[in-house]
Write a protein that binds this ligand. Structure first.
Ligand SMILES: O=C1O[C@H](COP(=O)(O)O)[C@@H](O)[C@H](O)[C@H]1O
Length: 259
């Protein structure tokens, strides 16, 4: 039975530092148990702040970086050197500063990569990457990621699955091309909700009052077509890591004392 838990921090800086500390602990535990671990990254302000905190942490070297697989939950379909690219931001914040095995960093193709501007081909190629890395124990074409980090938008998107968009109705494919996103850039590649739900642990991390309605609605059981983040859960655990402002419309959750 999957568990849902909510942890509220006093502000975004504490949230990012605490999430980075949790990542060290969980990845070390998974590597001790299984030999290697997999981590799915998110873009967005909080997701990248967590990676920067991990880079700054002296505990980061407890992770065996050479035995960690890195994936992305979504990517903006822009040139490789665009500052909007989630991969570029993640590399600058953390990945370029730790001894990862480059063969275990599974990036989504950029719009000037091997598939050119064919976003459908880029999505299909990433679905093949996932399938190639899924094992017999994974029950399908998606690895059972150990930890999937996700952010969310105030209108309820997660990864690049937007409310009422074709992606939110996808039940067969693990990865889709996304066009006409309400949030720029308009063209993206995203894991679908069924692929997200293959993760053992999903960590939904967000900060700021602009996210408070979406957080409260998702935790109240809103439908995933109108609010895709409501459909993001791990099959072992779903952990919401929030700052006080993002948790502002929740009742009955522990709120940290004011500093
Ligand atoms: O565009 C994106 O936005 C969301 C949330 O970003 P935030 O800055 O509002 O926290 C993110 O989860 C997603 O990966 C990204 O592509």
């Amino acid at each position: 039975m999957s568990k849902t838990e909510v942890v509220v921090y006093a502000n975004q800086d504490l949230l990012a530092a605490a999430a980075a500390a949790r990542l060290v602990t969980r990845l070390v535990d998974v590597q001790a148990a299984k030999g290697s671990a997999s981590l799915v990254l998110t873009g967005g302000g909080t997701g990248i702040a967590v990676l920067a905190e991990l880079r700054a942490s002296s505990a980061r070297d407890a992770i065996d970086w050479s035995r960690l697989d890195i994936y992305w939950g979504d990517e903006r379909f822009v040139p490789a050197d665009s500052d909007e690219r989630n991969e570029k931001q993640a590399r600058e914040a953390l990945l370029d500063h730790v001894p990862l095995d480059p063969k275990r960093v599974h990036a989504i193709a950029p719009s000037d990569g091997e598939f050119g501007d064919d976003v459908d081909a880029a999505a299909e190629a990433y679905a093949r990457v996932l399938a190639d890395n899924a094992g017999p124990e994974d029950h399908g074409d998606v690895p059972s990621f150990d930890i999937m980090l996700l952010g969310l938008g105030g209108e309820g998107h997660t990864a690049s699955v937007f409310p009422e968009s074709p992606a939110v109705y996808e039940t067969e494919r693990s990865v889709v091309a996304v066009r006409n996103c309400p949030k720029p850039p308009p063209t993206r590649v995203s894991l679908t909700l069924p692929a997200i739900r293959q993760a053992r642990d999903v960590w939904l991390m967000t900060a700021g009052s602009a996210k408070a309605d979406a957080v409260a609605l998702a935790l109240a059981g809103a439908g995933e077509v109108q609010l895709p983040v409501a459909g993001a859960r791990g099959h072992r655990r779903t952990l919401w890591l929030l700052d006080r402002a993002a948790a502002g419309k929740l009742t009955k959750v522990y709120q940290p004392p004011t500093a």
